[in-house]
Ligand binder design. Sequence first.
Ligand code: SF4
Ligand code: SF4
Length: 342
Amino acid sequence: MCKSSLALRIREKAVELGFAACGIIKLDAIKGYAEKLEERMDCLPETRSMYEVFLKYATPEQSYGWAKSVVVCITRYGKYKVPENLEGLIGKYYLYDYKLQGHTREFQNHARFEEYLKSLNLKTARELHGVTAARWVAAKAGLGIIRKNNFLYTEHGSWVIIDTWLIDEELELIEEPKIPDCPEGCSECVQSCPTQALTQSYCTSMLTCITRLTWGIKDLPPEDLWDKMGKWVYGCDECQNACPMNYGKWEATDNYPGLGELAEKLSLESIVAMDNEELKNQMLSKFWFIRQETVYQWKVNALRAMANSYESRYEKYIIGALSDENAQVREIAKWACAKNKL
Ligand code: SF4
Ligand code: SF4
C-alpha cells in the first residue's frame, strides 16, 4: 500500500471509531516547538524550571528511536451534559477525561484504534501524559489553531481532548484549518483570568494558573491567590468560557456514562467530609492529576471554595477541618474561619 493510501486508511478508521478529526505529521514538524517554548520561558523567566520539562516533547525520538511520525486524533467532549452542581467547580475537560475510565466508549475506541495501527504492522507508542506536544502537533496537522489563551480550537471550539501516537512509518496527512483567527483587539481571555496567570496573549504563567494550583503542587498555593481562586476545586475554565470563539460550541446532547451518579455524590461538603481513604476511592481513578500522596488537596481546595462562596451550611465543615490530621487542611480552614468571621 502506498503511503498516502495508508495515511487515509488511518484517518478513515479514526473517524469510524468516533474521533472528530485525525491527522499525521512527520517528526521534523515538531522541532519548532522547542523554539516556542523558549519564547514562553523568556516571557516568564520565573517559570523556566517548570517549562523546561516540556522540552523533551520536541524530541520524542530520544525516547523512541524508531519513531518517524505522529498520529494525532481529536475527541470532542462539548456534546455532553454538564452536571449543574459541578459547573464552576471542576474544569469540564476533567469531567470527560476518559484516560483511566475503561468503561467509556472513548477509552475502548482508543484501544481499538491502537490495535488497528498495529494490524497495519505499525509500531506505536502512547503515554498517559502524551508522547509529544499535543496542541502543537494538532495545529501542525491543520486540525485547529492555538488561540491567545493557549488552547487548541477546532470547529468545535476548545472543548476537545487531543491524543497522540508515535508510529515508525514516515507518513503525512495535513488539513487546511477553516477556522477564523481571534478577532482583532479581543482580549476577553486575558481579562477573564482571575489570577492574571494569562499575563498576555499566548503567555500563561504556571506559577499562578488556577488549573495547576488545584492539582499540580504539594504546598499550599501562594496566600495572595486564595481569594482569587474562587470556587474552582479542580481545574479552571474561565479563559475558555469567556472566549467568543467558544460561543455556541457546546451542544449538550449526550449523557456521559457514570457522571450523573458521581455528580450526585460530589459537593464541597461531601469532599470535606470524606477521609483520605474515601477520597482515594472516589476520586483518584477519575481525577487522576491529584495523586495518592497529595489527596488532601481535595479538602484544601474545597475549603477554599467554601470560604470564597460562604453559606451558613458550610460552617460545621470549616470548623471541623480545624482539627484535620493534615496541616495544610488545618491552615486553610483557619483562613476560612477568619475570612468569614467564624
Ligand atoms: S485556566 Fe484559569 S487561571 Fe489558568 S490561565 Fe485560564 S483563566 Fe487563568
Ligand atoms: S478570548 Fe478573544 S483573544 Fe482570547 S482566545 Fe478567545 S478570541 Fe482569542
